[in-house]
Design a protein around this ligand. Structure first.
Ligand code: DGT
Ligand code: CA
Ligand code: CA
Length: 597
């Protein structure tokens, strides 16, 4: 099985963790982390780049040293430096580092003073009160560690969709190349585009005698074979991801794909429908008595049950079956429906690429417009723009647009929403933009009322178009901030502004259910890449997956609009006209006339 980007990223992240535990230079550590992030977000296979002999140091943040290591990892699955570090430190250090609040320094102290090497040992030490005795730890931290280790030990680990998708793609290509294999497809939560995946479920149809189970379990990336038979096998990969493979005859392919795609709840509901009609549904087909009446395709099964085909993203038993019977299933939005992207960064703040490169990359992906929304000044660490620099960027975009064809850059900003709900830049410069994307980047921990008020107040500002990553959650890393989302959605409807579904695979914020809530309230959703490089524009596909899970059809999505149809919608959020003049008159110097088309 070939190495996928996530494997290389995992090696780099582990190196960074171990270096940090050893107290290595912070720049060195950060270089590995940035490289890991870039790779896991890269739209192309780094193995393919290596195979083709392409120049790896052309990738953002990759110098000669890291390029050499990537080549080494692609060839061998690991790299000498990591092996060296692993020998120097106990293997469970990386696990310990994942506990919130336990940085490398503390992990080091626990290891050195208590000899702790595993989660179980840490849990026991906290239970027995030994942790609080270590310098720098108190009873509160000990309690926190006790809870966190208990939770970790209980919860089965789930993988982010991006990583699961990369691994599945590589595995399916390998399986398809095995003699006798006819079809090889993904099923399970991956196919339903859930934001995290517990394990991978793959399905093949084969001719008799195909060695598919042997090749699958013999793959060098398999750490452990859990079970193996002639029609099924389960393995655990080196990265910890479990993969279940099933083989069926072509006549059962549709029924098996339906069964293993799930969800379990959807399957149960379908089986009940079948029973009520005097039929029997299982993974081999739909039967009347002993006769198989459907099962070679999924559509044949649905049809025999009197239903239209249902997209995998809908199969959660959240009302899709009733909606289907009433012919009320939405025509789900698709990637080619997107005409543009309303959230992207350039080198001017923390992006990797220039305005020109971003414009070209968006055009190459068939987009008609791309909003440039660099960070605002409060985010000094990422070189956020103050009013002067933003004004200069506005001018540059105007100049650039004059010479561009096939793509229009929209002038925007990702302005910080301050703690009191004001915005991080004056209205005078915001007015000159085509759109204002507002976002929270600090104080995620405010109590519900204050956090909600903060957002509502921001949305009430004269220039406010789209609320970006509304809850601020990072999957597995930071919980959603506590907000009254229904209130925020109703506010967006009253104000005529929009909510973002951030397509970054670590965010996917809004959730599927939140998308559905927005749709029900008539609030349009902006599916946005938040790209920090040209390659990250490809993340839009994960946003599409989430939107489809949230029942969004093309008309429910803001950026399926043509530029011509989009302009007036954005203009309304920018209070062009009376209110602007009022604000300009109230002491702030108008920098220029508003840039209406
Ligand atoms: P995951 O792996 O936790 O992200 O979620 P899934 O949906 O991939 O669940 P998984 O891997 O346990 O099972 C794959 C599919 O197999 C599941 O979506 C539906 C089907 N399945 C599994 N167990 C059962 C069951 O007990 N009854 C029925 N009807 N279907 C099942
Ligand atoms: Ca699964
Ligand atoms: Ca499974």
């Amino acid at each position: 099985m070939p190495i996928v980007n996530a494997d290389v990223a995992a090696v780099f992240n582990e190196i960074a963790d171990l270096l940090e535990v050893q107290g290595a230079n912070a720049f060195r550590v950060r270089a590995y982390r940035n490289a890991a992030r870039m790779l896991s977000e890269l739209g192309r296979s780094v193995k393919t780049l290596v195979d083709r002999g392409e120049d790896l140091d052309a990738l953002p943040g990759i110098g000669q040293d890291l390029a050499g290591k990537i080549t080494e990892i692609v060839a061998t699955g690991t790299c000498a430096q990591l092996e060296r570090l692993r020998k120097e430190l106990p293997p469970a250090i990386t696990e310990l580092l994942k506990i919130p609040g336990l940085g490398p320094k503390r992990v080091r102290a626990l290891h050195q003073e208590l000899g702790i090497q595993t989660l179980e040992q840490l849990h026991r030490a906290a239970e027995q009160g030994h942790v609080r005795a270590v310098h720098g730890f108190g009873p509160k931290t000990q309690q926190h560690i006790l809870q966190a280790t208990a939770a970790r030990l209980q919860q089965g680990h789930r993988f982010k969709l991006l990583m699961a998708a990369q691994v599945a793609e590589a595995l399916l290509a390998e399986l398809a190349a095995v003699p006798g294999v006819q079809q090889a497809v993904a099923a399970g939560s991956l196919r339903r585009q859930r934001e995290t995946v517990g394990d991978l479920d793959l399905l093949v149809t084969t001719q008799r005698g195909s060695p598919v189970m042997d090749s699958f379990t013999a793959s060098p990336d398999v750490r452990e074979v859990l079970s193996k038979g002639s029609t099924r096998a389960s393995v655990v990969l080196r990265n910890g991801l479990q993969v279940d493979l099933r083989a069926v005859a072509p006549a059962s392919f549709g029924a098996a794909w339906l069964y293993f795609t799930g969800s379990k709840a959807h399957n149960i509901a379908l089986r009940k429908l079948a029973q009520d009609a005097g039929l029997k549904l299982n993974e081999y087909g739909l039967y009347r008595g002993d006769e198989r009446i459907a099962g070679d395709t999924e559509a044949s099964v649905y049809q025999a049950l009197g239903l239209p085909f249902m997209a995998p993203e809908l199969r959660e038993d959240r009302g899709e079956i009733d909606a289907a019977r009433a012919h009320r299933l939405p025509m789900l939005v698709q990637l080619p429906d997107l005409r543009g992207d309303l959230h992207a960064h350039t080198r001017e703040s923390d992006g990797h690429d220039s305005l020109e490169a971003m414009a070209e990359a968006a055009r190459a992906r068939g987009l008609q417009y791309l909003a440039i929304t660099d960070h605002s000044q409060r985010l000094a660490l990422v070189h956020g723009l103050d009013a002067d620099r933003l004004a200069r960027q506005i001018d540059r975009i105007d100049e650039l647009n004059a010479g561009l064809s096939g793509i229009v850059l929209l002038k925007g900003v990702e302005v910080d929403i301050l703690e009191d709900g004001t915005l991080d830049l004056p209205d005078a410069v915001l007015q000159r933009l085509d759109l204002v994307v507002g976002a929270v980047h600090h104080r995620f921990d405010l109590p519900r009322d204050r956090q909600t008020e903060r957002l509502l107040r921001a949305m009430d500002r004269p220039c406010f178009s789209i609320l970006a990553h509304p809850t601020g959650r990072l999957i597995d890393e930071r919980p959603a901030s506590d907000i009254d989302l229904p209130r925020v959605i109703r506010k967006a409807r009253e104000r005529g502004c929009f909510l973002e579904l951030n397509a970054h695979p670590a965010r996917l914020d809004l959730t599927d259910l939140a998308c559905r809530m927005a749709k029900d309230e008539g609030v349009l959703v902006s599916i946005a890449s938040d790209a920090h490089s040209t390659l990250e524009l490809d993340n839009l596909r994960f946003g599409i997956g989430q939107a489809r899970r949230g029942w969004l059809a093309s008309p429910d999505v803001l950026n399926t609009r043509t530029l011509q149809a989009l302009r007036p919608l954005l203009d309304r959020t920018m209070s062009r006209g009376a209110r602007i003049r009022e604000h300009a008159a109230s002491g702030q110097q108008a920098l220029a006339t508003p840039s209406t088309p």
